[in-house]
Design a protein around this ligand. Structure first.
Ligand code: SAH
Length: 671
């Protein structure tokens, strides 16, 4: 069956109807899933196996049959572990149909057909009884339903239901318990993802400061979790204000409640500073005694021997509603509120904290709109003074007192900057009064009356659009520029004047795992899963690049960066395709996992900004990436490895095609 899906093309802006195969979403979900990452997570797998063996033994020691309920079985891995550990029978529940089908195949291939029943249902639909899905309640409950925030994937309601209907009282649970830890910190870097800092503009008539309105200052922001690879945050980027403390824990072997609640701990500030951020992570004990522990603690809070890279579980950054000064030795109360799916934090000074009245149990709701318009990386980008300075310098080059400007970018501060820098008239496609007019129209629907019959002499954009996922989606600026051509003066200045696509071949320290086949996992053959992922990745004729914020994923450059395509914004989008072919020389030994692509914008003569590579920091080739942008990663289908430079293929050839009709960039690499 084919279905038509309507969407706005992120690059061209056109509304188009795409004929999608009904399996497209399935394939997307599998191709981009975290299954491979989980199967590569040795630490997790080993500890689950240990915990499951111990639980089966405890049940057997009591002289009972071991009946396992594995909720969210995925590949069937944990059920196969249980069956191998001597469980008498396993019910493996999986709601996602393609995964349930894969689990059936994997279970069969590994010879567990008689021991494991795969049930393709959501656990809350599972029935127990002689004619039910399960013949009896289970006495061992095994799950892996956790996300970085622990409860974001619905673990609590699932456990709540399972204890009521699917497992026996006093059952064994693997994991047995989860504990959430917190640490209070001050961090200008992380705080800049949540609040707009004053912007300093040096204009001819002195310095001006753009400040955010008070409703933005006091806005509690949005409740969505900010999950990052905290291990990539250097200790110089934050100041620790408290010890690591236990915020709350959940015992999975007892009935669990998903009802909203709060937990409170008293902290003593170990340093004076501004309490802004709560860093949080969790660990799970696979056994009641806590001997088998799997932790997400970041580098400064655990011994390095424990280290396991993983992307499916990271760490959380929570923003306090307001920054709060604390003095060394001072006692403060930290409150964690949670509903069934998310957690948020508030801080009270000791005295007010003594009463429960101060607890704000409702989750934060953005009142200022900014947190809805700007996501965390975008806040960080707008707060990047270096970046702002590049725009100011370029605006000063192109603006004249009689300039009529049009800005095309989402939620941009450029119009305000340009206004302070002296542009007389300012028209912007989205925000501010008086001197700045917001036009609520799509570029192709712009009329001369919107522009008060003036012609635009300066067209500017960052460019930035909230709909952009991949770096080249911001080429929408070029399409918009083309659509407004009739309103531009003949000698219009366009800023940026051009963009260029850059590419570099890299070796990832760890990110390669998320797309790498697993083969055998803890002795179980999961190749069916590998094949399924491969099939989904190849579902579209041409493989696609995927967006990743590379500051979180260290890599080493194996080739020099190369400019591969340029887009001249001074001209309109051409009718024909823009394509290029070439090769890049490999200059370092290593594994060529893939190519990274990013855009650079040439704002004005000699001033350009990169949304990708900032620099190659040493002779080993370690890369530094723009911390506010996602770069495009194209994983090669086969990895080439070389121990020495001499056995390296000397170059990687590429063919890249920009289809100006569809706005799509297709690429192919040969090693
Ligand atoms: N147990 C596997 C896979 C874990 S991923 C392993 O450890 O490797 C979690 C899986 O649980 C996903 O496949 C998801 O589709 C499924 N899932 C989540 N909640 C569920 C529920 N309540 N009922 C059934 N399946 C669920």
């Amino acid at each position: 069956m084919k279905t038509f899906c309507g969407r706005a093309n992120p690059t061209t802006g056109a509304i188009e109807w795409l004929e999608e195969d009904e399996n497209y979403d399935y394939h997307q979900e599998i191709a981009r899933s975290r299954y491979a990452d989980m199967l590569h997570d040795k630490d997790r797998n080993v500890k689950y196996y240990q915990g499951i063996r111990a639980a089966v033994s405890r049940v057997k020691e009591r002289g009972e049959k071991a009946i396992v309920l594995d909720i969210g079985t995925g590949t069937g891995l944990l059920s196969m572990m249980a069956a191998s550990a001597g469980a008498d029978f396993c019910y493996a529940i999986e709601v996602f149909k393609p995964m349930a089908n894969a689990a059936v195949k994997i279970v069969e291939k590994n010879g567990f057909r008689d021991k494991i029943k795969v049930i393709n249902k959501h656990s809350t639909e599972v029935t127990v009884g002689p004619d039910g899905d399960m013949h009896c309640r289970a006495n061992i409950l095994v799950t892996e339903l956790f996300d970085t925030e622990l409860i974001g994937e619905g673990a609590l309601p699932t456990y709540e239901h399972a204890h009521k209907y699917l497992v026996e009282e006093g059952c064994e649970a693997v994991p047995h318990r989860a504990t959430v830890y917190v640490q209070l910190v001050e961090s200008k870097r992380m705080w800049s993802w949540n609040k707009l800092f004053p912007v300093h503009v040096k204009a001819e008539d002195g310095e001006k400061i753009i400040v955010s309105p008070s409703d933005m200052e006091n806005c509690p922001g949005v409740p969505s979790v900010c999950d990052i690879q905290l291990n990539q945050m250097p200790s110089s980027d934050f100041t620790i204000l408290s010890d690591v403390v236990t915020m709350f824990s959940v015992d999975f072997s007892k009935p669990v409640s998903s009802a909203s609640t709060y937990y409170r701990v008293q902290l003593e500030a170990v340093k004076s500073g501004k309490a802004q951020i709560v860093l949080s992570w969790w660990d799970i004990d696979m056994d009641p005694a806590g001997m088998i522990n799997c932790t997400m603690a970041p580098y400064w809070a655990k011994s390095t021997s424990d280290f396991q890279w993983r992307d499916h579980w990271m760490q959380c950054v929570y923003f306090l509603p307001n920054e709060e000064p604390v003095l060394q030795g001072e006692a403060v109360y930290l409150t964690a509120c949670r509903d069934a799916y998310s957690v948020w934090y508030t801080l009270q000074k000791a005295r007010e904290g003594e009463s429960k009245a101060g607890v704000r149990v409702e989750s934060p709701v953005c009142r200022c709109q900014a947190h809805l318009l700007w996501n965390r990386p975008r806040f960080g980008q707008l707060n990047d003074q270096n970046r702002t300075h590049q725009y100011i310098k370029s605006l000063m080059k192109v603006l004249q007192t009689d300039s009529v400007c049009l800005c095309i970018s989402d939620g941009s501060l450029l119009p305000v900057l340009a206004h302070y820098l002296g542009a007389k008239q300012f028209l912007k496609a989205n925000n501010l009064e008086d001197k700045i007019k917001i036009i609520e129209a799509r570029p192709e629907l712009l009329t001369s009356s919107h522009l008060e019959d003036k012609k635009i002499s300066v067209l500017i954009g960052e460019p930035f659009f909230t709909t952009s996922l991949l770096p080249w989606h911001n080429l929408y600026f070029w399409y918009a520029r083309t659509a407004v051509t009739s309103h531009l003066t003949s000698d219009v200045t366009v800023l940026p004047q051009s963009a260029s696509l850059h590419m570099m071949v890299v070796e990832f320290e760890d990110l390669w795992r998320i797309r790498s086949p697993c083969g055998i996992c803890e002795g179980f053959d999961v190749q069916t899963m590998d094949d399924m992922i491969k099939n989904s990745l190849n579902f579209r004729e041409s493989k696609e690049a995927e967006p990743h914020p590379l500051w979180e994923y260290p890599c080493k450059s194996l080739s020099d960066p190369q400019e591969v395509l340029t887009f001249d914004f001074r001209k309109t989008v051409p009718q024909h395709c823009v394509s290029t072919e070439g090769s890049v020389n490999l200059v370092r030994k290593g594994k060529s996992h893939g190519a990274v692509l990013w855009m650079e914008y040439n704002l004005a003569a000699d001033i350009s900004i990169s949304t990708g590579l900032m620099q190659i920091s040493n002779e080993k080739g370690n890369c530094e990436w723009n911390p506010h942008c996602k770069q495009a990663v194209y994983f090669f289908s086969s990895v080439i490895e070389s121990e020495t430079l001499s056995d390296l293929p000397s170059a990687v050839t590429y063919a890249i095609n920009f289809d100006t009709k569809t706005g799509e960039i297709a690429m192919d690499f040969k090693l």
